[in-house]
Design a protein around this ligand. Structure first.
Ligand SMILES: [Zn+2]
Length: 147
């Protein structure tokens, strides 16, 4: 009885979410392709935490390459654009980083609202089940009688 009516609009939310993820991956590729691995080049890592049912995976981390005595290390940074100001920094990479930063933010905001909506949906479903179980005899008999 009307249990699937909400599905249409929820699919739009899932599509928007997937679209954000796909675009973040797309800009990550541009960021990677437009910078050789060198001192100060910036990468975007998508990490999987391997926690069961994690709704925040992948976790995005910005890193910057540093060479120290011939050893390469990638250090985590919070504000990639601050590290992309150099004159010799690829303008394409800089622009792609700017877009990716925004998209990661949009994705986090959407994920937060989706988690809230999921909790609300569970609560609403429980209310529905409670109300159905608590039908009075008149309503119960009417429904059983094919109303
Ligand atoms: Zn995770």
């Amino acid at each position: 009885m009307g249990d699937k009516r909400y599905v249409g609009s929820m699919i739009d939310v899932e599509i928007a979410y997937e679209n954000l993820i796909n675009n973040i991956n797309y800009y990550e590729k541009i960021i990677r392709k437009t910078q050789p691995k060198s001192n100060g080049s910036i990468i975007l890592q998508a990490n999987n935490c391997r926690k069961k049912n994690c709704r925040s995976c992948p976790h995005y981390v910005w890193k910057i390459w540093k060479s120290n005595k011939g050893m390469w290390s990638a250090y985590a940074i919070n504000e990639p654009l601050r590290h992309a100001r150099r004159k010799d920094f690829s303008p394409i990479a800089r622009e792609a980083i700017r877009v990716a930063v925004e998209l990661i933010d949009a994705r986090a905001a959407l994920a937060k609202q989706m988690a809230i909506a999921r909790r609300s949906a569970v609560a609403a479903q429980k209310r529905l089940e409670r109300l159905r179980a608590a039908h009075g005899r008149a309503l119960n008999e009417a429904i059983k009688g094919g109303l």
